[in-house]
Write a protein that binds this ligand. Structure first.
Ligand code: HSE
Length: 349
C-alpha cells in the first residue's frame, strides 16, 4: 500500500514509527506492507519518491525540524506540491494528518476531494474535513467506490468509530456522551493535584496531546468537532458548529475544583451528541459517575443503545503512537476491503 502523508507532526510521526517498528509483524500477521511515498508539510517541506521514503531518515529529519537534511536518493523530489503528489496517481491512500482547522477545514478539505477524484482512499486524523463536510465527503467516496476512514478523529486509536459502526451494527445508538478531549481532561486532573492551569497546559503540550493552537482544546472546540463527527456519522445528521452549545474549561479556577472536590464531585468536560443536536460543557460529576474516574489524557464514551443498554469505552484519546495507531487501524481496514474485493466469496451452489 502506497501512502501520501499530509502533515508530519505528532500523528504523522507516530504512524511512521509504527510502520517502521512493526513492519515485520504487520507483514507476517496481516500480510500488510506500506510505503510512505510522499510527505507534505507546511513547516518542514515536502518529499516525494515513487519507490518509497526511508522512514528512519524521515523521522530523523523531522526531529531536526526540516526535510532539508533528508539524504538525497535516486528519484527523490523535494519540489512537488500536494496537488501534484495527488495527481501523479501513484498513492493508494491519502493520510490527512495536518493541523485541524474547524472553521473552514482547509486546505485539507480540498486535498481530500482531489484525492478521491484521483482514486485514493482517505484515512483522516484531521478532524476538520469530517466535522464540517462529512456528508459531502461520504457521498463523493461512495460515488467513487472508495473508503473514507477517520478513526483517529475521535478518541485516537481507541476504537470508537469501529465500535459504533462495525461492532454495534444492528443496534440503534441513541446518544453518545463522554470525555472526548485529552488535553482538558489532563489539565483538570493535574489542577486537582495542585498544578497551576498554565503548567498543566504546558505539560499537555509537551506530551503532544494539545492541538497546534491549544485554545481549540481549552475552549471546547476540539471536543465540539468530535461531537459533530459523531452526530453526523452515527446519526446521519447535518449539524454545523453553530448548532452546538459549546464552552470549555478556561473559566474553571483552582478554587472551583477544590470546591467541587469538597462536595464529593469532580469537574469533567462532557461532550454529548444525539440525533437532534449536541453540546460541550464542563459538568460537576458525582465521584461515583463512571466518567468521574477517567483521569489524565484518557478519554471515555458511553453509547446508549436500544439492544445492549449503555456501552462505555475507555482509552487513550490523544498522543503520538495512540493516534498513529488509529491510522494504522484504518489502513488495515482499507486493506481488508481491497482484499475482499479481489477475492469475493465463491457463490453458494
Ligand atoms: N487535542 C486533542 C485532545 C487531540 O487533546 O484530545 C486528539 O484529538
Amino acid at each position: 500500500m502506497k501512502l501520501l502523508l499530509i502533515g508530519f507532526g505528532v500523528v504523522g510521526q507516530g504512524l511512521a514509527q509504527i510502520l517502521r517498528d512493526k513492519a515485520a509483524e504487520l507483514k507476517s500477521k496481516h500480510n500488510f506492507t506500506a510505503e510512505i511515498i510522499g510527505v507534505a508539510t507546511a513547516s518542514k517541506g515536502a518529499l516525494y519518491r515513487s519507490s518509497g521514503l526511508d522512514i528512519s531518515a524521515l523521522l530523523q529529519a523531522a526531529e531536526g525540524g526540516s526535510f532539508v537534511d533528508f539524504p538525497d536518493q535516486p528519484g527523490l523530489r523535494r519540489d512537488m506540491t500536494v496537488r501534484e503528489m495527488i495527481m501523479i496517481g501513484e498513492a493508494d491512500v491519502l493520510v490527512e494528518a495536518s493541523p485541524t482547522n474547524l472553521e473552514t477545514a482547509q486546505p485539507a478539505l480540498d486535498f481530500c476531494y482531489q484525492a478521491l477524484e484521483a482514486g485514493m482512499h482517505l484515512a483522516l486524523a484531521n478532524k476538520g474535513p469530517v466535522a464540517l463536510d462529512y456528508a459531502g465527503l461520504r457521498a463523493k467516496a461512495r460515488a467513487k467506490g472508495l473508503l473514507m476512514r477517520y478513526e483517529a478523529t475521535v478518541m485516537a486509536g481507541t476504537p470508537t468509530m469501529r465500535l459504533a459502526q462495525d461492532a454495534l451494527a444492528g443496534c440503534e445508538i441513541r446518544s453518545a456522551r463522554g470525555i472526548l478531549n485529552g488535553t482538558t481532561n489532563y489539565i483538570l486532573t493535574q489542577m486537582e493535584k495542585g498544578l497551576s492551569y498554565d503548567d498543566a497546559l504546558a505539560q499537555a503540550q509537551a506530551q503532544g496531546y494539545a492541538e497546534a493552537d491549544p485554545s481549540g482544546d481549552v475552549e471546547g472546540w476540539d471536543a465540539a468537532g468530535k461531537v459533530l463527527i459523531l452526530a453526523n456519522a452515527l446519526f446521519g445528521g447535518k449539524l454545523a458548529m453553530a448548532d452546538l452549545a459549546v464552552s470549555g474549561i478556561t473559566a474553571i479556577s483552582a478554587a472551583d475544583i477544590a470546591d467541587a472536590n469538597a462536595a464529593g464531585q469532580r469537574y469533567k468536560l462532557i461532550a454529548r451528541a444525539t440525533p437532534d443536536g449536541g453540546e460541550v460543557k464542563a459538568n460537576r460529576l458525582p465521584l461515583d459517575d463512571p466518567l468521574a474516574s477517567v483521569g489524565g489524557a484518557t478519554n471515555a464514551i458511553t453509547l446508549e443503545t436500544d439492544l445492549l443498554g449503555d456501552i462505555t469505552l475507555i482509552g487513550a484519546g490523544a498522543g503520538k503512537l495512540e493516534t498513529g495507531y488509529a491510522i494504522l487501524s484504518d489502513l488495515l481496514a482499507i486493506q481488508r476491503r481491497l482484499t475482499a474485493k479481489r477475492n469475493p466469496p465463491a457463490n453458494p451452489s
